[in-house]
Design a protein around this ligand. Structure first.
Ligand code: PEP
Ligand code: MG
Length: 434
C-alpha cells in the first residue's frame, strides 16, 4: 500500500503478488531474475548499472520493462474522446465486464471505469489487514475446533463490515465473493518478534508455534493445502465466511430495498463434485439458518471456479451442484501446462527464443489447450444447467485477444482488475463487431 511501484526478483506475471498489486492499481513487475540484489548494502545491479536506495527507476507493469530514471505519467480518466469511444464500445459489446476487487476503494475505482459488478473478491486480502492478521494467525495455530472458532469469531464482524462496504460500493450490481483460497503458510509470521507475540496471545510456547509453522511448509503450495481443501479440513472457516456474506447482504438490502442483492458465493479449486457438495452443504445450512433467523427474503447462489482440469472434464457433474462457473485461468493454465505460475518466468524466455511460444500463456490465454478445456466445460455445464452464468476472472479477463476468445465461447462476463476494465470493454465491442 505504501509503494508507488513494485519490482521483484522472483515470481511471474500471475504470482499472487503481481495480481494483488495490479488490483490495487499499483504498477508491478514481478520476476526480473536478472537483478543481482544486495539487500545488506541496499543496492542492486541490473544491465551493468548499480542502483542504490534513493535512486529512481520507472517500471511498466504491462510490458515488464524497467527504465532508468523517472518517466512522467498522468492518471487515466475516462473523459473526452476516450469517454466517447467507451460509450460506443458499450453500445456494441455483448460480454459484460466485471472487476476483480477486494476493497471498496478498488470497487469504486472500477465502477468509475465502467465495471458492471465484481467477478472476483479474493477474501484472503481482508485477512492480511494488520488489525486482523493476529486473529487469523491464532486461527491457524489453534489445536482444537473451539480455539479455531474463537479466533474466527474475532474476524467475523470485520469481514461482515467489508462485505457490507462492497455491496454499498456496487449499488445493487452483482458481487461474487470467493472463499478463502491461499495456502495457510502465506499468513504465518516469519519474524521472531511476531512469532513470540502469537505464542503469547495463545499462551503456547514459542517452540510449539514454530513447529506448527514448520508443519505448514509445502514443496508446491500452489498445488497444496489451499482452495476448497481448506474448507474441507476447516469447515469453520467456510461457516464464518458464509455468515459474514449473508448477514452483510441482509443489512445492505434492508437499507436499500430497491437494489438487487443476490450474493454469489464462489468455492475455489474444486476438482470433484463431492468436494464441492461437501462445502456447499455447509454454506447452504449456515446461509439458510441466518436468513431464517433474520426473517429475511434473500436469494443467494453457490458456484465454483473452474481452475483444475478435472473440473472442466467433469463439468456436467460439477454443474449439478454449482449454480455458476467462473474460469480461474491463472490456475487452469498452471495445471494444464504443468507450469508453476510462480516459477515459469525462469524458463519462458528460452521458449520464446526457441520459438516454441510466442507469448506468456499466463498473460494471453492458450486458446488451443486451455481454451479447449473451457469450451468443453461450458458445453458440459450447460447440458446440466442451461441457464447458468459463466465468467472468467483469471488475468486473461483483461487481455484483448483472450476477451475476444471469451466472446466467441459465449461467456456471460469477463472480470479483470479495475484499470483494465476499459481495455476489456473495448475488446468486447471489437469482438462483437468482428
Ligand atoms: C485464477 O486462478 O485464475 C484465479 C482467478 O484465482 P487466483 O489467481 O486467486 O488463484
Ligand atoms: Mg485460482
Amino acid at each position: 500500500k505504501a509503494s508507488q511501484g513494485i519490482l521483484t526478483v522472483r515470481g511471474g506475471m500471475t504470482s499472487h503478488a503481481a495480481v494483488v498489486a495490479r488490483g490495487m492499481g499499483t504498477c508491478c513487475v514481478s520476476g526480473c531474475g536478472d537483478i543481482k540484489m544486495d539487500e545488506e548494502n541496499k543496492k542492486f545491479e541490473l544491465a551493468g548499472k548499480t542502483f542504490k536506495e534513493g535512486d529512481f527507476i520507472s517500471i511498466d507493469g504491462s510490458t515488464g520493462n524497467i527504465y532508468d530514471g523517472i518517466i512522467p505519467t498522468v492518471d487515466a480518466t475516462i473523459a473526452g474522446e476516450f469517454g466517447r469511444i467507451m460509450g460506443w464500445a458499450d453500445k456494441y459489446r455483448v460480454l459484460k465486464v466485471r472487476t476483480n476487487a477486494d476493497t471498496p476503494t478498488d470497487a469504486k475505482k472500477a465502477r468509475e471505469l465502467g465495471a458492471e459488478g465484481i467477478g472476483l473478491c479474493r477474501t484472503e486480502h481482508m485477512f492480511f489487514e494488520p488489525s486482523r492478521i493476529a486473529a487469523f494467525r491464532e486461527m491457524i495455530c489453534s489445536d482444537t475446533v473451539e480455539e479455531r472458532e474463537a479466533a474466527l469469531a474475532k474476524i467475523e464482524p470485520m469481514q461482515q463490515a467489508d462485505f457490507e462496504a462492497l455491496y454499498e460500493a456496487l449499488e445493487g450490481h452483482p458481487v461474487t465473493i470467493r472463499f478463502l483460497d491461499p495456502p495457510l503458510h502465506e499468513f504465518v509470521p516469519t519474524d521472531e518478534a511476531d512469532i513470540k507475540a502469537l505464542a503469547d496471545a495463545q499462551g503456547k510456547p514459542v517452540e510449539t508455534i514454530k513447529a506448527i509453522i514448520a508443519s505448514l511448509h509445502e514443496f508446491n503450495p500452489m498445488m497444496g493445502h489451499r482452495g476448497c481443501r481448506l474448507a474441507v479440513t476447516y469447515p469453520e472457516i467456510a461457516k464464518m465466511q458464509t455468515r459474514a456474506v449473508i448477514k452483510a447482504a441482509i443489512n445492505v438490502k434492508k437499507a436499500h430495498p430497491d437494489w438487487t442483492i443476490v450474493p454469489e458465493i464462489m468455492i475455489p479449486l474444486v476438482g470433484e463434485v463431492k468436494e464441492l457438495k461437501f462445502v456447499k452443504d455447509i454454506v447452504v445450512a449456515v446461509a439458510d439458518e441466518e436468513i431464517a433467523k433474520a426473517g429475511a427474503d434473500l436469494k443467494y447462489e453457490v458456484g465454483t471456479m473452474i481452475e483444475i482440469p478435472r473440473a472442466a472434464l467433469t463439468a456436467d457433474e460439477i454443474a449439478k451442484e454449482a449454480e455458476f462457473f467462473c474460469f480461474g485461468t491463472n490456475d487452469l493454465t498452471q495445471m494444464t501446462y504443468g507450469f508453476s505460475r510462480d516459477d515459469a518466468g525462469k524458463f519462458l524466455n528460452a521458449y520464446y527464443d526457441a520459438k516454441i511460444f510466442e507469448n506468456d500463456p499466463f498473460a494471453k490465454l492458450d486458446q488451443v489447450g486451455v481454451g479447449k478445456l473451457m469450451e468443453m466445460a461450458i458445453k458440459l455445464g450447460k447440458q446440466t444447467r442451461p441457464d447458468m452464468h459463466v465468467g472468467i476472472c483469471g488475468e486473461h479477463g483483461g487481455d484483448p485477444t483472450s476477451v475476444e476468445f471469451c466472446h466467441k465461447l459465449g461467456l456471460t462476463y469477463v472480470s479483470c482488475s479495475p484499470f483494465r476494465v476499459p481495455i476489456a470493454r473495448l475488446a468486447a465491442a471489437q469482438a462483437a463487431l468482428r
